[in-house]
Design a protein around this ligand. Sequence first.
Ligand SMILES: Cc1ncc(COP(=O)(O)O)c(C=O)c1O
Length: 394
Amino acid sequence: MLDLLSPAQQDPILSLSIAFRADARADKMDLGIGVYKDSQGDTPIMQAVKTAQQQLADSQTTKSYVGLAGNEAFNQAMTDLLLKGTDGYSRCATVQTPGASGALRMLGDLMYLAKPITTVWITDPSYVNHKPVMEAAGLHVNFYPYFDSVTKQVNPEAMLAALSKAGPDDVVLLHGCCHNPTGADIRTEHWQAINELAQKNGFTPFVDIAYQGFGDGLEEDAYGLRLLADSVEEMLIATSCSKNFGLYRERTGAAIVIGKNKQEATNAKGRILQLARSTYTMPPDHGAAIVETILSDDGLTKQWRAELDGMRNRIISLREGLSAALSARTGDSHFDFIKAHKGMFSMLAYSPEQMVKLREEFGIYAVGDSRINVAGLTESRIDYLADALIAVSK
Ligand SMILES: Cc1ncc(COP(=O)(O)O)c(C=O)c1O
C-alpha cells in the first residue's frame, strides 16, 4: 500500500523554517513563520500564562478525559470575549477545538454535512490553509478580489462587486482582523456594506479571527465580527489563542456557531461534537485550561491584556520604524503602507524573483508571495532590512 504514495509537497511556510535553520549566515533574518518575537528574537511565554500554568500544576488533581466539547468554561470565556453584547450572543454555541485550524475543519465538515453544495468564498490571496481545509471538507472554493497590489490595501469596490453575487448557497470567509497574508484590513464602512449584502442576498458570513488584539485592540479588532453577529441570522466563527495568548503549540481555539435561535445553534454544536468524535474525539486540554484560568481571574486578565497591548504596540512601533527607514531612503511615501497595515503581516507585492534575491543575497527569509512577518523583526535590524528591500526593489 505505502509504495503507491509519491512524496508529499512540502508546506511552503514550514519548509522555509527548515531552510532558515540550515543557513549558516550570522546576519540571517526569519520573517517567515507567523509567530511573535520580542526584541531578543525570542517567542516568549507570557507572564500571565506562566502564572496560570503554575496554578494549574499545583491544583489539578486528574488528567482524566474532559469531554467532546472540551472545557465548557473556556468555551464560555471565548464566547464572552468575542460576542458579549451582540444579538448573536443569545443564539450561539461554542466548541473547543485544536486551534483555529481545528475550528476551520470542523466548521467545514459541518457545512458539508448541512449543505454539500456550499461554496466557500475566500479572499484573494488568503491564509494558505483556507483553501486546502475547505476542499478537504468536500466544499467548493471561490476566491473573491481583496488585495490591490498597487495601493497595498483592500480593493473595496472589487471585493463588494464580487460579494454581491454570493447567495444562500454561499459562505463568505472573512478575516476578522489582521489579514493573513496581506495585513490589509476591511474598513468600518466596508464591513457595513458586507453586512448589508449578507442580509439582502442571504449568504452566511464565516469569520476567522486568529489575531484578536494584534491590530487595534481586543474590542476594536472584533468590530466587523460583532456587527455581523448583531444582524445576520446565521454565522460561523473560528478563533485562536495561538497568537494572543502565545499558546501556539498547545493547539487552543474554538468554533462558534450562531443560529436563527438557540435550538439551531445547539443542534449544530451536537453535530460538531459528532464530527469531532470521528476525527480527533476531543481537543487537548492544557491550553484551554490556561486561558480559562486567566480569564476567570481579574488580576491575571489585567496582566494578560497589558502583555497583549505590549506586543501590539511593539509591532506598531516596528512598522513605524521600518516605514520611516524606507522613506528616509526613497525620499517618498511609497512604503507608508507598512505602517497602515495591521497585525503581524505585510504584503510587499514583490515578485517571487525579488523574494529569492532577498533570501540568497541578504539571508532574509519570507514567504514567496512576499508576505513578511513584521513581528519577526527586531529593532536593531530595521536598517538592514530597509537596505535590502531597497536593493531588491531596483
Ligand atoms: C488566518 C488564520 N487562521 C487560522 C490560523 C490557524 O491558527 P491555529 O494555530 O490556532 O490553528 C492561522 C495561523 O496562522 C491564521 O493566520
